[in-house]
Ligand binder design. Structure first.
Ligand code: SAH
Length: 265
């Protein structure tokens, strides 16, 4: 079973999230295990100090390299396999679905969470990779670690109730996911594309593929790489430029042209 561990000054924040719902049930079923280590375990002074002022001055405090080195070395030595060590920083490589897929094949992951103004640069020499969860600054790496663990765990066999649901969703085929609807078919005057109610699976599959194409072209055209989409589909998209434009203008989640009579979006 894959083992995930975190080193943090607030190890108590992981339990509530990882213990709830899908992730909690996955842990109970032995799909993965998780342990959070308190970085202060590896301090040696009365105040259990993990931070200090940066050389050269400047605002805030930095995490000292010493406790981080001791923590990573000690946690790594304790397990059977050497962990793949991940640090977090806005300077890191952007975490995405492809990275989640890659990390889902690792048997042991160790997440090292920064706080304050970040870490002494030398601590990063312990990292196998440094990840960023986006172009914004968090107060700590814990939320970043939770995001990565969440995205990785739902790719593990048996993590989701229905094994198919991780296969057909945003990014898995390089496109955003198609729109989905559930009962009632008409809600506050807003309908459902009739094809989804038709029971014609071939027509539903075609509609979904085209809807995924439209949504990706409208909201994330950067995801449509050459080779991802066939010539026929490119031609189809070009002939539906107005739909793409309307979708873009409506913004995510406000698809106005879905009515029982209409063509859908
Ligand atoms: N001074 C640093 C930011 C420190 S934020 C800088 O400007 O680059 C404190 C910690 O939060 C970081 O060490 C990192 O572990 C985490 N963190 C903040 N933003 C993050 C992001 N976008 N992705 C991943 N981790 C982040």
């Amino acid at each position: 079973m894959p083992t995930y561990e975190a080193i943090s000054v607030i190890p108590e924040v992981f339990g509530p999230y990882l213990g709830a719902s899908v992730l909690g049930r996955a842990q109970e079923r032995g799909v993965f295990s998780f342990v959070a280590h308190d970085l202060r375990t590896w301090t040696h002074d009365r105040h259990r100090t993990v931070d200090d002022a940066p050389f050269g001055g400047g605002a805030g405090m930095l995490m000292k390299a010493g406790p981080i080195f001791e923590a990573v070395e000690s946690v790594s030595a304790a397990g059977s396999a050497k962990p793949h060590v991940i640090f977090f920083s806005p300077c890191g490589a952007r975490f995405d679905q492809a990275a989640a897929e890659r990390l889902s094949h690792e048997e042991r992951l160790l997440f090292v969470c920064g706080r304050y103004e970040g870490m002494d640069e030398r601590a990063y020499s312990l990292a196998d990779e440094v990840l960023s969860v986006g172009d914004y600054v968090l107060t700590g790496g814990e939320l970043a670690a939770l995001a990565v663990i969440d995205a990785v765990v739902r790719l593990l066999p048996g993590a989701l109730g229905d094994d198919m649901s991780a296969v057909e969703e945003s990014f898995s085929d390089g496109l955003l996911e198609y729109a989905q609807y559930t009962r009632p078919a008409t809600f506050r005057g807003m309908g459902t594309p009739p094809v989804l109610l038709s029971g014609d699976h071939g027509a539903v599959d075609l509609w979904r593929r085209r809807d995924a194409l439209l949504r990706t072209a409208a909201w994330r055209p950067d995801l449509i790489e050459p080779g991802e989409v066939s010539r026929e589909e490119h031609a189809w998209l070009e002939s539906h430029a107005e739909d793409v434009e309307r979708l873009r203008a409506s913004g995510m989640g406000t698809c106005e042209d879905v009515s029982p009579e209409g063509e859908g979006c």
